[in-house]
Design a protein around this ligand. Structure first.
Ligand SMILES: [Zn+2]
Length: 444
């Protein structure tokens, strides 16, 4: 049994204390949990034993949060080639654990394993963040996402019990259905809480008729998995007539941060992970952008210690301006793999270039930019109105200007740009991602 029960009980303490604790109490909790998970990983998980030995580090060298930088950072690539027996606690059969396969959208899929009680604890913490935003436990919920079809033949995979039970109050709708069909389902379900990815919700918002807008009136909308742009937020809020809250999660940690109920950024899930925001290996200041590195505090079956998630975020103040004692993120800016890497060595975030450029053009309904070669980009566009070749040329010219004269930009009109199989729509497909998909035999 990988659960360390004394630690599990301590984990429940944080769930009860929630936002009523002080910053100091949270820091003390984190330091204690860090010492415990480090000792456990060193003694019982082969990968971490090797990692610590190579770094000449002993568990007793890690006494508190200040010692974190002494532990080498682990990336997903470091773990994905290793056998499960290297990554999970000694003496436990991997098949007895719950598994989650990351979708592979980063080009580096990994199987995450957790003990059942660890999973429940993390889900309870995530649920607490939703409650703070205004969700009620009794809400009728509709969730639009990718529904795997590898399970019992009825569209539902072989899921853990709590997932199967949740279908009694949650209507799960496949995001690959045509928008009219999804909206029809929502008119029937009449959800009080609606969930989806920002791109899918914005896509639906555009397809809604006046009747849909009158009849589909959730009290709250939540989204996750992607960056939520200001324009997508406005679009979704006005279409559904409800506030939208974005949440940041990852299979490795479950909930990472949930949007502040008063919209001062995102509350980090400090009770379940130690989140560092690093830039060139050093901690960032509030207001500065960096990369997320997390240490899971309640994952004993398969520990994640100083694990690089690869997401770019802007570090915020702690505590939050709303008074909650948590550390904060001001924004979540997407996966680093999604950066545009140009032949001249520059990296640009796609939203910085394409967001202002394309969203301000009224005839563009939806777009996708694909980097087909290092120096060649294809822009696929779904238009609202008839568009002449001149307008397309002007757009290609503007994009070329933003990217530099050495790149080639081609535009192409298309009827539809549905989300990918993972349910996540990629407004920008980088060359790395495209190559990873090609290697895995997937098409766009
Ligand atoms: Zn707040």
């Amino acid at each position: 049994m990988p659960v360390v029960w004394s630690e599990f009980v301590r984990g429940v303490y944080g769930l009860v204390a929630g936002r009523n604790a002080s910053r100091d109490q949270i820091a003390e909790f984190q330091a204690r949990a860090l010492r415990s998970i480090v000792r456990h990983a060193y003694e019982r998980v082969p990968y971490y034993r090797r990692l610590f030995d190579r770094a000449g580090l002993k568990p007793e060298d890690v006494r508190g949060l200040d010692d974190l930088p002494r532990i080498p950072i682990t990336s997903r690539q470091d773990l994905q080639e290793l056998p499960a027996s290297d990554l999970i606690v000694w003496g436990v059969d991997a098949s007895s654990l719950l598994t989650h396969r990351t979708s592979g959208s980063s080009g580096a899929p990994l199987t995450i394993r957790r003990e059942r009680f660890e999973e429940y604890l993390l889900l309870a913490y995530r649920w607490r963040g939703h409650i703070a935003q205004g969700r009620h436990p009794t809400d009728r919920e509709a969730s639009i996402g990718y529904i795997h079809d590898a399970g019992d033949g009825r569209g539902h995979p072989k899921e853990p019990l709590h997932e199967r039970l949740s279908r009694f109050w949650k209507d799960c709708i496949d995001c690959l259905l045509p928008p009219k069909q999804i909206l029809e389902r929502l008119r029937v379900t009449q959800p009080e809480a609606l969930h989806g990815t920002p791109s899918v919700l914005a896509w639906l918002a555009e397809e809604m008729t006046d009747a849909d807008r009158r009849l589909i009136r959730p009290r709250i909308v939540s989204c996750s998995q992607e960056t939520l742009s200001d324009s997508a937020r406005q679009k979704v809020e006005s279409a559904f007539g409800a506030p939208v809250f974005n949440n940041y999660g990852a299979h490795e940690f479950v909930g990472v941060a949930s949007e502040c109920p008063q919209r001062h950024g995102y509350h980090v899930s400090d009770w379940t992970l130690i989140l560092e925001v690093l830039r060139d290996g050093r901690p960032t200041e509030p207001g500065e952008q960096g990369e997320v590195v997390g240490t899971a505090l309640h994952s004993y079956a398969m520990p994640f210690i100083r694990y690089r998630l690869g997401d770019l975020v802007v570090h915020g103040p702690a505590p939050c301006l709303c008074g909650a004692p948590f550390s904060t993120l001001l924004s979540i800016e997407g996966r680093t793999l999604d950066m545009i890497r140009l032949p001249d060595g520059r990296s640009i975030h796609p939203y910085a270039v394409f967001g202002p450029l394309v969203e301000s053009v009224p005839w563009v309904r939806r777009f996708q930019v694909i980097q087909e070669r290092a120096d060649s980009f294809r822009v696929k566009i779904v238009t609202r109105t008839e568009t002449g070749p001149d307008a397309l040329d002007r757009m290609a010219g503007a994009i070329r200007e933003a990217l530099g004269s050495k790149v080639q930009v081609e535009t192409e009109l298309t009827d539809q740009l549905p989300p990918g199989r993972s349910g996540k729509f990629h407004p920008f497909v980088s060359l790395e991602r495209l190559n990873a998909w090609r290697q895995a035999g997937q098409s766009l």
